[in-house]
Design a protein around this ligand. Sequence first.
Ligand code: NAP
Length: 330
Amino acid sequence: MPEKPRVYVTRRIPEIGITLLREHFDVRVWDSDDVVPREILLEELKEADGVLALLTERFDGPTMDAAPKLKVIANMAVGFDNIDVAAATERGIVVCNTPGVLTDTTADFAWTLLMAAARRVVEGYKYVQEGKWKTWGPLLLLGQDVHHATLGLIGLGRIGSAVAQRAKGFSMRVLYYDAIRRQDLEQSLGIEYAPLEQVLREADFISLHVPLTPETRHLINAERLRIMKKTAVLVNTARGPVVDQKALYEALRDGVIWAAALDVTDPEPIPMDDPLLKLDNCLIVPHIASASFKTRDAMAALAARNIIAVLSGQQPETPVNPEVWERRRK
Ligand code: NAP
């Protein structure tokens, strides 16, 4: 019997992903909740036909050169800024991601952060925990109203649109900026397009939903933070480097904007001596926007199905560089 293709899974993931892969392949797993050490990853890649990867592993040209049999990298994430897609395409490696299955869960979480920051939920929790709650206070922990405020979305793709949809319930005005104007969505979601600077100037809440690319790195910098309202709340569930974090610290410290809520930081994890951690008006959580039981199962299953498809000569559901699969098919 011919040997089964080898698939390497770079972390402990929801069981459904492993079960699907085991039906077809010789599966090896970095059976840990920590990042796989680079030398172990490189060793495993020597024999791997496919890899189920996470955003914590960097796949550049030299990494792919250490993997002579590799045909597919299936990222268990919609973002793929950890992978040099051009290098993969050059080497005939299909790259896949997990779009769609995490859209609503991530949009829900952008709202969780927005509301928590606006109404100072974590500060309130700490206040109670620290035994400071003595009485109802007319001036205690005042926040920003969400209802009838203006929401500014940067990036109106899948997640940005889902965030916009949820704003209806709060009677908000929604402005968006995107590389491409989406008149169909303007109609159906009742939202308005505006140039980036105008969105930043007019929004009470700014939520980031662009991928991390050379163009979006430090999209939110000191100059753009200064354009925002002094009462503005910035929410980042996109990628840490979309925001210049040093500039954000200074803006939050100096009252240039009112608050920020970050699911993602630069770097990750945020170092414990980062000054942002000392600010009460900066809420930081550990990159958990897609972290619901159902969605993580769906992400693991989709990543597994993508590997199964590529290694059995079928079209994967969500390729990032479909031209590689097309080329191989011919
Ligand atoms: P998407 O559907 O591709 O949406 C991204 C949108 O941003 C697209 O409309 C895109 O336009 C636009 N865009 C790209 N470059 C831009 C630029 N330079 N200026 C303005 N707009 C630009 O992706 P998605 O599924 O909504 O996900 C968005 C991002 O969220 C992902 O890339 C990922 O990094 C992040 N994310 C984070 C988490 C988390 O756990 N925190 C979870 C899920 C996703 P085009 O289509 O024209 O390129």
